[in-house]
Design a protein around this ligand. Sequence first.
Ligand code: GDP
Ligand code: MG
Ligand code: ZN
Ligand code: ZN
Length: 402
Amino acid sequence: MAKVACPYCYQRIDGAALWFQCLGRGDADHDGCRKRVDDARRRMTGFKEPVLPTFPPPRSQRVRPVRLAWCPDCRGRTGVRACPECHTPLPPNFGDSFSPMIAMFGGKGTGKSVYLTVLAKELRSAHLRRRFGADIRMTGDRQGGFESSREWLAENVERMFTEHKLLEATPQSVDGRREPLVFEWRGERRRWGRTSYRTSYLSFHDTAGEDVGTLSGAQDLAYIGAADGLILLLDPFMLPDARERLRLPASAIRSTEETMAVVDRLTQSLRASNGVGGSDRISKPVAVAFAKMDAFFDVLGRDHPLCQEPRRAPLYDERLGRATHEQVAALLDKWQGGDIEQHLRQNYRTFRYFFVSALGAPPDYDNALVEGGGVSPYRVDEPLLWLLSLRRFGVVPCGRAE
Ligand SMILES: Nc1nc2c(ncn2[C@@H]2O[C@H](COP(=O)(O)OP(=O)(O)O)[C@@H](O)[C@H]2O)c(=O)[nH]1
Ligand SMILES: [Mg+2]
Ligand SMILES: [Zn+2]
Ligand SMILES: [Zn+2]
């Protein structure tokens, strides 16, 4: 049976044997179940609120998949599916087919929280949905029990887009960890005159990044290991040659780890969690996104192709993507980042560079404020669109924009 990664706990689970979650309705003779804290869910995902109980599918499920089940305690009917490991409710259709998961990785101070806020806001806005005719949802938009991730996002958006303040450093989670933000992207795929639907899950786990330099925790390892594709966010300010060109204030330097060390940490995590030997290259595709690139607009000059916002077509523009990759590779080479390129080539079968800026302009680093015109994200969706356009995901069409 199809093993899929749970986007909440990152365990590989059998998509055909998902559990059910009681709706607490009971029947004519029984009171409905009540909510209580689920220890497995708390331990595995950090979710602490009381929730309705979950239960395994009836035995007949093994012979013929069922969509509905009756709660063994209150006899109420339910069609809500849940992860057998962490008991988190899963979106309808989860596990029906290949449900690849995409994850994000980066060192402390790289801009992960800022990037995640901006990307999540774009994913929730209408324009990506319209552009791709896709069904994109954040889990929790139609299910209860995800208030904490929604609140996290709403607070960050308010802070950055309205109050024009940068985020405080992500606090280290005290009791377990915070739940990831999970999006479901359902796209139409047309091949040989037939239309089918493909779904991918984006699970963004905003690490505090405190354990820089170490393989931080089993959870992080499981997260990286479960992902079918990755966005690796890198801080260009940690490339010494690039930093020198920019004359940045000291307050702009937020990372402590060399870019190469972050890349190497990802490689080691992937090798460890997936058992890829040293002589094989890693097959998971990695979108290598350089963040904060607004800092280079002036250095490169506005005529530089990287500084021009591409047209938005209803597909991932493969030709433009390749050109961007080459242009970033050339910059990296100029900034003595050749070891990064070499490492990626030696360790990964599929990777591509991206030039992104979540803020769209340099902030007031000293006062942690977004400058002037406010947040105007620059090419932040491209790493994700590339991954989703790869044949193995097939969620976003790939081609050439006219
Ligand atoms: N120039 C520029 N700086 C950014 C951008 N995003 C983040 N930063 C800077 O990086 C700092 C850390 O960002 P944050 O998202 O908190 O990093 P995290 O530790 O990876 O979560 C911010 O306070 C900003 O100074 C960006 O798009 N452009
Ligand atoms: Mg953070
Ligand atoms: Zn789970
Ligand atoms: Zn019940």
